[in-house]
Design a protein around this ligand. Structure first.
Ligand SMILES: [Zn+2]
Length: 187
């Protein structure tokens, strides 16, 4: 079973926070580029340092952006510290003129293809909504790898070939399916 990006809907709520944090730092320090592309690069670097908070998106329940003020003090402090670091790294070597893809978490495509194999193997049929829950749970346990470059695809392929990371992904997938009672806990 091949899962396509349009087969489910999820959102990493830390993306909302990363956007706000980068905007705050750019207000503090006005010097240097703050174009849309540089901001996306800053957000990607920041997001790779933060544990993701994926949720499944259900059309009937509108999702308000997660706000900085809602974070625990310790998390908010870490977010701001990492945001300053991300902004300064990108400003030191901006790459806004390079070939780019929209900002994406490459871990997602890796997880999606591994999950497709597991569902086929287990002959499991899941609904669109269940697929969203499963993907969100899996991605919350894997390190994010946000990028704005087309090399993201290369990363996903390397991760698939890397036995250690793939084995880890499969074990996370099985644990999530058990937790959601989609496969028996003892199998
Ligand atoms: Zn720029």
């Amino acid at each position: 079973m091949k899962i396509k990006p349009g087969d489910y809907a999820i959102h990493n709520r830390m993306e909302d926070v990363a956007k706000q944090a980068v905007a705050l730092v750019l207000e503090e320090h006005d010097a240097g580029c703050s174009c849309r592309m540089c901001r996306e690069d800053m957000q990607s670097l920041l997001l790779n340092q933060l544990p993701p908070r994926y949720v499944s998106v259900v059309p009937s329940i509108p999702l308000e952006p997660l706000r900085m003020e809602e974070l625990e003090a310790e998390t908010a402090a870490k977010v701001m510290w990492e945001a300053r670091r991300a902004v300064s790294l990108v400003r030191k070597s901006p790459r806004h003129e390079h070939d780019r893809s929209p900002m994406q978490n490459c871990t997602e495509s890796m997880a999606r293809s591994a999950l497709g194999e597991v569902l086929a193997q287990e002959q499991l049929e899941v609904s669109r909504e269940q697929l969203g829950w499963i993907m969100a749970e899996i991605l919350n346990e894997l390190p994010p790898h946000y990028t704005t470059s087309f090399q993201g695809d290369a990363f996903a392929r390397t991760a698939e070939l890397d036995w250690g990371s793939l084995a880890k992904t499969y074990s996370i997938i099985y644990n999530v399916l058990k937790r959601l009672a989609l496969i028996p806990a003892h199998s």
